[in-house]
Design a protein around this ligand. Structure first.
Ligand SMILES: [Zn+2]
Length: 405
Protein backbone atom coordinates (compact mmCIF):
# COMPACT_ATOMS: atom_id res chain seq x y z
CA UNK A 1 0.00 0.00 0.00
CA UNK A 2 2.45 2.72 -1.14
CA UNK A 3 2.14 6.30 -0.03
CA UNK A 4 3.57 9.18 -2.05
CA UNK A 5 4.39 12.77 -1.32
CA UNK A 6 4.60 15.48 -3.99
CA UNK A 7 4.87 19.26 -4.31
CA UNK A 8 1.55 19.35 -6.20
CA UNK A 9 -1.35 16.98 -6.79
CA UNK A 10 -3.97 17.76 -9.45
CA UNK A 11 -7.08 15.68 -8.80
CA UNK A 12 -8.83 17.62 -11.68
CA UNK A 13 -12.14 17.05 -9.86
CA UNK A 14 -11.02 19.71 -7.35
CA UNK A 15 -8.40 22.49 -7.28
CA UNK A 16 -4.69 21.55 -7.18
CA UNK A 17 -3.37 20.54 -3.75
CA UNK A 18 0.02 21.92 -2.67
CA UNK A 19 2.28 19.69 -0.53
CA UNK A 20 0.16 16.64 -1.13
CA UNK A 21 0.13 12.98 -0.15
CA UNK A 22 -1.48 10.09 -2.00
CA UNK A 23 -2.05 6.45 -1.15
CA UNK A 24 -2.75 3.67 -3.63
CA UNK A 25 -3.59 0.01 -3.18
CA UNK A 26 -3.86 -2.82 -5.68
CA UNK A 27 -3.91 -0.52 -8.68
CA UNK A 28 -6.41 1.98 -7.27
CA UNK A 29 -6.23 5.36 -5.57
CA UNK A 30 -7.54 5.03 -2.04
CA UNK A 31 -6.85 8.41 -0.40
CA UNK A 32 -5.03 11.73 -0.85
CA UNK A 33 -4.86 15.16 0.74
CA UNK A 34 -2.79 18.12 1.86
CA UNK A 35 0.18 17.40 4.14
CA UNK A 36 -0.02 19.35 7.41
CA UNK A 37 2.92 19.76 9.82
CA UNK A 38 3.05 16.74 12.14
CA UNK A 39 0.96 14.57 9.78
CA UNK A 40 1.49 10.83 9.97
CA UNK A 41 4.28 9.69 7.63
CA UNK A 42 3.89 6.14 6.35
CA UNK A 43 7.08 4.07 6.88
CA UNK A 44 7.21 3.24 3.16
CA UNK A 45 6.41 6.79 1.98
CA UNK A 46 8.05 7.77 -1.28
CA UNK A 47 8.86 11.45 -1.63
CA UNK A 48 8.51 12.29 -5.33
CA UNK A 49 9.89 15.77 -4.72
CA UNK A 50 9.31 18.77 -6.95
CA UNK A 51 6.67 17.23 -9.21
CA UNK A 52 3.02 17.67 -10.14
CA UNK A 53 1.06 14.43 -9.92
CA UNK A 54 -1.92 14.21 -12.25
CA UNK A 55 -4.03 11.54 -13.95
CA UNK A 56 -2.57 9.99 -17.11
CA UNK A 57 -3.72 12.03 -20.10
CA UNK A 58 -6.45 11.13 -22.59
CA UNK A 59 -5.56 11.54 -26.27
CA UNK A 60 -9.09 11.50 -27.70
CA UNK A 61 -8.14 11.33 -31.37
CA UNK A 62 -5.25 9.63 -33.07
CA UNK A 63 -4.61 7.20 -35.93
CA UNK A 64 -1.86 4.91 -34.65
CA UNK A 65 -1.85 2.84 -37.84
CA UNK A 66 -0.63 5.90 -39.78
CA UNK A 67 2.44 6.24 -37.55
CA UNK A 68 4.74 4.92 -40.28
CA UNK A 69 3.98 8.12 -42.24
CA UNK A 70 5.84 10.25 -39.70
CA UNK A 71 7.90 12.89 -41.46
CA UNK A 72 6.61 11.96 -44.94
CA UNK A 73 4.16 14.84 -45.37
CA UNK A 74 5.59 18.34 -45.10
CA UNK A 75 3.61 21.15 -43.49
CA UNK A 76 1.30 22.72 -46.07
CA UNK A 77 -1.49 25.23 -46.52
CA UNK A 78 -3.07 23.03 -49.22
CA UNK A 79 -5.39 20.71 -47.27
CA UNK A 80 -6.82 19.04 -50.37
CA UNK A 81 -3.33 18.21 -51.62
CA UNK A 82 -2.53 16.83 -48.16
CA UNK A 83 -5.59 14.53 -48.27
CA UNK A 84 -4.64 13.32 -51.76
CA UNK A 85 -1.15 12.47 -50.51
CA UNK A 86 -2.53 10.56 -47.51
CA UNK A 87 -4.76 8.51 -49.79
CA UNK A 88 -1.77 7.67 -52.01
CA UNK A 89 0.32 6.66 -49.01
CA UNK A 90 -2.52 4.56 -47.58
CA UNK A 91 -2.68 2.53 -50.77
CA UNK A 92 1.08 1.89 -50.37
CA UNK A 93 0.84 0.79 -46.74
CA UNK A 94 0.35 -2.89 -47.68
CA UNK A 95 3.88 -2.79 -49.15
CA UNK A 96 5.32 -1.69 -45.81
CA UNK A 97 3.71 -4.35 -43.57
CA UNK A 98 6.52 -4.85 -41.04
CA UNK A 99 7.38 -1.15 -40.93
CA UNK A 100 3.72 -0.27 -40.31
CA UNK A 101 3.53 -2.68 -37.35
CA UNK A 102 6.88 -1.49 -35.92
CA UNK A 103 5.86 2.17 -36.21
CA UNK A 104 2.53 1.45 -34.46
CA UNK A 105 4.37 -0.25 -31.60
CA UNK A 106 6.81 2.61 -31.32
CA UNK A 107 3.96 5.17 -31.37
CA UNK A 108 2.19 3.42 -28.49
CA UNK A 109 5.42 3.48 -26.47
CA UNK A 110 5.81 7.16 -27.35
CA UNK A 111 2.25 7.98 -26.27
CA UNK A 112 2.96 6.36 -22.89
CA UNK A 113 6.24 8.24 -22.56
CA UNK A 114 4.29 11.49 -23.04
CA UNK A 115 2.02 10.53 -20.13
CA UNK A 116 -0.96 9.16 -22.10
CA UNK A 117 -3.18 6.64 -20.29
CA UNK A 118 -6.09 6.42 -22.75
CA UNK A 119 -6.44 6.91 -26.50
CA UNK A 120 -9.33 7.21 -28.92
CA UNK A 121 -7.78 5.46 -31.91
CA UNK A 122 -9.16 5.50 -35.43
CA UNK A 123 -8.35 2.49 -37.59
CA UNK A 124 -9.52 1.21 -40.95
CA UNK A 125 -8.16 -2.27 -40.24
CA UNK A 126 -8.44 -2.95 -36.46
CA UNK A 127 -4.70 -3.67 -36.64
CA UNK A 128 -4.01 -1.44 -33.66
CA UNK A 129 -6.22 -3.40 -31.26
CA UNK A 130 -3.70 -6.14 -30.51
CA UNK A 131 -0.65 -3.89 -29.89
CA UNK A 132 -2.76 -1.63 -27.68
CA UNK A 133 -3.73 -4.65 -25.57
CA UNK A 134 -0.12 -5.88 -25.46
CA UNK A 135 1.15 -2.50 -24.24
CA UNK A 136 -1.66 -2.09 -21.69
CA UNK A 137 -2.76 1.28 -23.06
CA UNK A 138 -6.48 1.84 -22.51
CA UNK A 139 -8.31 2.64 -25.74
CA UNK A 140 -11.47 2.95 -27.67
CA UNK A 141 -10.62 1.55 -31.08
CA UNK A 142 -12.93 3.13 -33.62
CA UNK A 143 -13.26 0.91 -36.67
CA UNK A 144 -13.71 3.66 -39.21
CA UNK A 145 -15.79 3.16 -42.34
CA UNK A 146 -15.57 5.01 -45.64
CA UNK A 147 -17.98 4.53 -48.53
CA UNK A 148 -19.75 7.27 -50.44
CA UNK A 149 -21.69 5.02 -52.82
CA UNK A 150 -24.91 4.01 -51.08
CA UNK A 151 -24.96 0.68 -52.95
CA UNK A 152 -21.82 -0.34 -50.98
CA UNK A 153 -23.22 0.47 -47.51
CA UNK A 154 -24.64 -2.97 -46.58
CA UNK A 155 -21.53 -4.84 -47.70
CA UNK A 156 -19.18 -2.45 -45.87
CA UNK A 157 -21.23 -2.85 -42.71
CA UNK A 158 -21.19 -6.64 -42.92
CA UNK A 159 -17.41 -6.65 -43.35
CA UNK A 160 -16.94 -4.27 -40.44
CA UNK A 161 -19.14 -6.31 -38.09
CA UNK A 162 -17.31 -9.51 -39.07
CA UNK A 163 -13.99 -7.75 -38.39
CA UNK A 164 -15.11 -6.64 -34.95
CA UNK A 165 -16.22 -10.16 -34.08
CA UNK A 166 -12.87 -11.63 -35.08
CA UNK A 167 -10.83 -9.36 -32.78
CA UNK A 168 -11.81 -9.73 -29.12
CA UNK A 169 -12.13 -6.59 -27.01
CA UNK A 170 -10.76 -6.45 -23.46
CA UNK A 171 -11.27 -4.56 -20.22
CA UNK A 172 -9.04 -1.75 -21.40
CA UNK A 173 -9.47 -1.93 -25.17
CA UNK A 174 -13.00 -1.49 -26.47
CA UNK A 175 -14.15 -1.60 -30.08
CA UNK A 176 -16.79 0.38 -31.88
CA UNK A 177 -17.70 1.75 -35.32
CA UNK A 178 -17.20 5.24 -36.71
CA UNK A 179 -18.15 6.94 -39.99
CA UNK A 180 -15.16 8.84 -41.45
CA UNK A 181 -16.70 12.14 -42.63
CA UNK A 182 -19.76 13.48 -44.46
CA UNK A 183 -17.88 13.72 -47.79
CA UNK A 184 -16.74 10.08 -47.65
CA UNK A 185 -19.74 8.28 -46.10
CA UNK A 186 -23.16 7.86 -47.71
CA UNK A 187 -26.34 8.67 -45.78
CA UNK A 188 -27.14 4.94 -46.05
CA UNK A 189 -23.87 4.01 -44.30
CA UNK A 190 -24.36 6.71 -41.64
CA UNK A 191 -27.79 5.17 -41.00
CA UNK A 192 -26.50 1.60 -40.71
CA UNK A 193 -23.74 2.59 -38.27
CA UNK A 194 -26.20 4.57 -36.15
CA UNK A 195 -28.66 1.66 -36.10
CA UNK A 196 -25.90 -0.78 -35.09
CA UNK A 197 -24.77 1.40 -32.18
CA UNK A 198 -28.21 2.36 -30.95
CA UNK A 199 -28.67 -0.79 -28.87
CA UNK A 200 -25.04 -1.08 -27.84
CA UNK A 201 -24.72 0.00 -24.18
CA UNK A 202 -21.23 1.37 -24.90
CA UNK A 203 -22.06 2.76 -28.33
CA UNK A 204 -19.37 5.45 -28.70
CA UNK A 205 -18.75 6.83 -32.16
CA UNK A 206 -16.60 9.45 -33.83
CA UNK A 207 -16.75 11.52 -36.98
CA UNK A 208 -14.41 14.02 -38.66
CA UNK A 209 -16.51 17.15 -39.08
CA UNK A 210 -16.00 20.76 -40.11
CA UNK A 211 -12.35 20.06 -40.82
CA UNK A 212 -11.82 21.91 -44.10
CA UNK A 213 -13.29 24.66 -46.26
CA UNK A 214 -13.72 22.06 -49.04
CA UNK A 215 -16.10 20.02 -46.85
CA UNK A 216 -18.19 23.11 -46.15
CA UNK A 217 -18.42 23.90 -49.88
CA UNK A 218 -19.34 20.32 -50.74
CA UNK A 219 -22.23 20.14 -48.26
CA UNK A 220 -23.52 23.59 -49.20
CA UNK A 221 -23.22 23.41 -53.00
CA UNK A 222 -22.15 19.87 -53.93
CA UNK A 223 -19.04 21.24 -55.62
CA UNK A 224 -15.30 21.66 -55.05
CA UNK A 225 -12.35 19.37 -54.27
CA UNK A 226 -14.45 16.81 -52.30
CA UNK A 227 -16.68 16.28 -55.34
CA UNK A 228 -13.82 16.09 -57.85
CA UNK A 229 -11.88 13.78 -55.51
CA UNK A 230 -14.81 11.34 -55.32
CA UNK A 231 -15.21 11.45 -59.10
CA UNK A 232 -11.50 10.91 -59.68
CA UNK A 233 -11.52 7.82 -57.41
CA UNK A 234 -14.71 6.46 -58.99
CA UNK A 235 -16.54 6.84 -55.66
CA UNK A 236 -19.04 9.55 -56.62
CA UNK A 237 -22.71 8.63 -56.16
CA UNK A 238 -25.01 10.55 -58.57
CA UNK A 239 -28.03 9.74 -56.37
CA UNK A 240 -26.57 11.77 -53.45
CA UNK A 241 -28.74 14.75 -52.58
CA UNK A 242 -26.72 17.79 -51.55
CA UNK A 243 -28.00 18.82 -48.09
CA UNK A 244 -27.33 22.53 -48.81
CA UNK A 245 -26.48 23.00 -45.16
CA UNK A 246 -23.57 23.09 -42.78
CA UNK A 247 -22.03 19.82 -41.56
CA UNK A 248 -23.59 19.93 -38.08
CA UNK A 249 -27.11 20.43 -39.43
CA UNK A 250 -26.58 17.64 -41.99
CA UNK A 251 -25.52 15.11 -39.36
CA UNK A 252 -28.14 16.23 -36.87
CA UNK A 253 -30.88 15.77 -39.48
CA UNK A 254 -29.65 12.22 -39.98
CA UNK A 255 -29.89 11.62 -36.22
CA UNK A 256 -26.14 11.06 -35.93
CA UNK A 257 -25.31 13.55 -33.15
CA UNK A 258 -25.80 12.58 -29.52
CA UNK A 259 -23.88 12.48 -26.24
CA UNK A 260 -21.90 9.39 -27.26
CA UNK A 261 -20.39 10.96 -30.37
CA UNK A 262 -16.94 12.54 -30.63
CA UNK A 263 -17.05 15.29 -33.24
CA UNK A 264 -13.46 15.76 -34.39
CA UNK A 265 -11.97 19.09 -35.57
CA UNK A 266 -14.82 21.64 -35.99
CA UNK A 267 -12.29 24.13 -37.37
CA UNK A 268 -14.96 25.66 -39.62
CA UNK A 269 -17.94 25.60 -37.26
CA UNK A 270 -19.80 28.85 -36.66
CA UNK A 271 -21.22 29.89 -33.29
CA UNK A 272 -24.66 28.38 -33.95
CA UNK A 273 -23.08 25.06 -34.96
CA UNK A 274 -20.98 24.94 -31.80
CA UNK A 275 -24.10 25.60 -29.73
CA UNK A 276 -25.94 22.82 -31.58
CA UNK A 277 -23.13 20.34 -30.88
CA UNK A 278 -23.22 21.43 -27.23
CA UNK A 279 -27.01 21.01 -27.04
CA UNK A 280 -26.70 17.45 -28.35
CA UNK A 281 -24.18 16.67 -25.59
CA UNK A 282 -21.56 15.56 -28.12
CA UNK A 283 -17.88 16.18 -27.41
CA UNK A 284 -15.78 18.32 -29.74
CA UNK A 285 -12.24 16.97 -30.07
CA UNK A 286 -9.75 19.57 -31.18
CA UNK A 287 -6.38 18.70 -32.78
CA UNK A 288 -4.84 22.15 -33.17
CA UNK A 289 -1.29 21.32 -34.25
CA UNK A 290 -2.51 18.95 -36.97
CA UNK A 291 -5.13 21.40 -38.23
CA UNK A 292 -2.51 24.07 -38.72
CA UNK A 293 0.15 21.80 -40.27
CA UNK A 294 -2.26 20.19 -42.78
CA UNK A 295 -3.73 23.49 -43.96
CA UNK A 296 -7.20 22.64 -42.58
CA UNK A 297 -7.17 25.96 -40.70
CA UNK A 298 -6.68 27.35 -37.23
CA UNK A 299 -9.25 26.12 -34.71
CA UNK A 300 -11.04 28.95 -32.85
CA UNK A 301 -10.16 27.61 -29.40
CA UNK A 302 -11.67 30.46 -27.43
CA UNK A 303 -14.98 30.23 -29.33
CA UNK A 304 -15.00 26.47 -28.72
CA UNK A 305 -14.86 26.95 -24.95
CA UNK A 306 -17.21 29.97 -24.95
CA UNK A 307 -19.91 27.92 -26.71
CA UNK A 308 -20.29 25.57 -23.74
CA UNK A 309 -19.49 22.44 -25.78
CA UNK A 310 -17.42 19.81 -24.01
CA UNK A 311 -13.88 20.00 -25.44
CA UNK A 312 -11.45 17.11 -25.54
CA UNK A 313 -8.09 17.12 -27.29
CA UNK A 314 -6.19 14.81 -29.60
CA UNK A 315 -2.90 14.78 -31.45
CA UNK A 316 -4.33 13.33 -34.67
CA UNK A 317 -1.86 11.06 -36.47
CA UNK A 318 1.89 11.14 -36.88
CA UNK A 319 1.18 11.88 -40.56
CA UNK A 320 0.21 15.39 -39.47
CA UNK A 321 2.13 16.05 -36.24
CA UNK A 322 5.76 15.38 -35.31
CA UNK A 323 5.01 13.51 -32.06
CA UNK A 324 2.21 12.21 -29.83
CA UNK A 325 2.87 14.76 -27.08
CA UNK A 326 -0.57 15.85 -25.85
CA UNK A 327 1.11 18.50 -23.67
CA UNK A 328 2.27 20.11 -26.94
CA UNK A 329 -1.39 20.34 -28.04
CA UNK A 330 -2.19 22.09 -24.75
CA UNK A 331 0.68 24.48 -25.39
CA UNK A 332 -0.73 25.24 -28.85
CA UNK A 333 -4.21 25.80 -27.37
CA UNK A 334 -2.70 28.17 -24.81
CA UNK A 335 -0.96 30.09 -27.64
CA UNK A 336 -4.25 30.35 -29.58
CA UNK A 337 -6.35 31.27 -26.53
CA UNK A 338 -4.13 33.15 -24.05
CA UNK A 339 -7.05 34.34 -21.92
CA UNK A 340 -8.59 30.94 -21.15
CA UNK A 341 -8.11 29.57 -17.63
CA UNK A 342 -5.39 26.90 -17.80
CA UNK A 343 -7.68 24.66 -15.72
CA UNK A 344 -10.06 24.29 -18.70
CA UNK A 345 -7.23 23.23 -20.98
CA UNK A 346 -5.98 20.63 -18.49
CA UNK A 347 -9.53 19.29 -18.11
CA UNK A 348 -9.81 18.87 -21.87
CA UNK A 349 -6.80 16.51 -21.84
CA UNK A 350 -8.03 14.50 -18.85
CA UNK A 351 -11.61 14.21 -17.61
CA UNK A 352 -13.31 15.50 -20.77
CA UNK A 353 -11.58 12.94 -22.96
CA UNK A 354 -12.23 10.18 -20.42
CA UNK A 355 -15.95 11.02 -20.35
CA UNK A 356 -16.19 11.17 -24.13
CA UNK A 357 -14.55 7.75 -24.45
CA UNK A 358 -16.61 6.19 -21.63
CA UNK A 359 -13.55 5.61 -19.42
CA UNK A 360 -14.30 8.16 -16.70
CA UNK A 361 -15.04 5.62 -13.97
CA UNK A 362 -11.36 4.53 -14.16
CA UNK A 363 -9.46 7.48 -15.63
CA UNK A 364 -9.51 11.27 -16.05
CA UNK A 365 -9.34 12.39 -12.40
CA UNK A 366 -7.55 11.39 -9.22
CA UNK A 367 -10.34 10.14 -7.01
CA UNK A 368 -10.75 7.33 -4.56
CA UNK A 369 -11.51 4.11 -6.45
CA UNK A 370 -10.05 5.18 -9.78
CA UNK A 371 -7.07 3.44 -11.35
CA UNK A 372 -3.65 4.62 -10.24
CA UNK A 373 -2.69 5.47 -13.83
CA UNK A 374 -0.88 8.59 -12.64
CA UNK A 375 1.99 10.65 -13.95
CA UNK A 376 4.50 12.89 -12.20
CA UNK A 377 5.68 15.94 -14.14
CA UNK A 378 8.99 17.41 -13.02
CA UNK A 379 8.64 21.08 -12.12
CA UNK A 380 11.21 23.77 -12.65
CA UNK A 381 11.66 24.88 -9.04
CA UNK A 382 8.85 26.77 -7.31
CA UNK A 383 5.81 27.03 -9.57
CA UNK A 384 3.13 29.45 -8.39
CA UNK A 385 0.48 28.32 -10.92
CA UNK A 386 0.87 24.64 -11.63
CA UNK A 387 -1.97 24.46 -14.18
CA UNK A 388 -0.38 27.27 -16.19
CA UNK A 389 2.95 25.47 -16.01
CA UNK A 390 1.41 22.30 -17.46
CA UNK A 391 0.10 24.14 -20.54
CA UNK A 392 3.38 25.94 -21.20
CA UNK A 393 5.15 22.98 -22.87
CA UNK A 394 6.18 19.69 -21.21
CA UNK A 395 8.68 17.23 -22.62
CA UNK A 396 8.85 13.43 -22.19
CA UNK A 397 12.03 13.80 -20.10
CA UNK A 398 9.95 15.55 -17.42
CA UNK A 399 7.33 12.79 -17.21
CA UNK A 400 7.38 9.58 -15.21
CA UNK A 401 4.68 7.09 -14.29
CA UNK A 402 3.62 6.28 -10.72
CA UNK A 403 4.20 3.56 -9.86
CA UNK A 404 6.93 3.14 -12.48
CA UNK A 405 5.80 0.73 -15.19
ZN1 LIG B 1 -8.39 12.05 -37.76
Amino acid sequence: MPQYRAAWLLPISQPPIRDAWLRTDRGRVIAFGHTRPGDFTAPDEIDLGDVAVLPGLVNAHTHLELSWMRGRLPETDDFDGWIRRIIELKTESAKHGAAVAAATDEAIREARAFGTAVVGDITNSLATSRPLKEHGLAAVVFHELLGFRSEDAARLMQEAVAGLQSEPASDLVRHTLAPHAPYSVSPALFGLIRAALQHDPFGRSSVHLGESAAEIEFLKYGTGPCRTGLERMGKWDPSWVCPQSGPVEYLDRMGVLDDRVLVVHGVHFGEAELKRVAAKGATLVTCPRGNIRTGAGTPPIEEFFDSGVRIAVGTDSLASVPDLNLFAELEEMRRLAPALPARLLVESATINGARALGFDSDFGTIDSGKRDALIAVQLDGYVPNVEEYLVSGIEASQISWIPPS
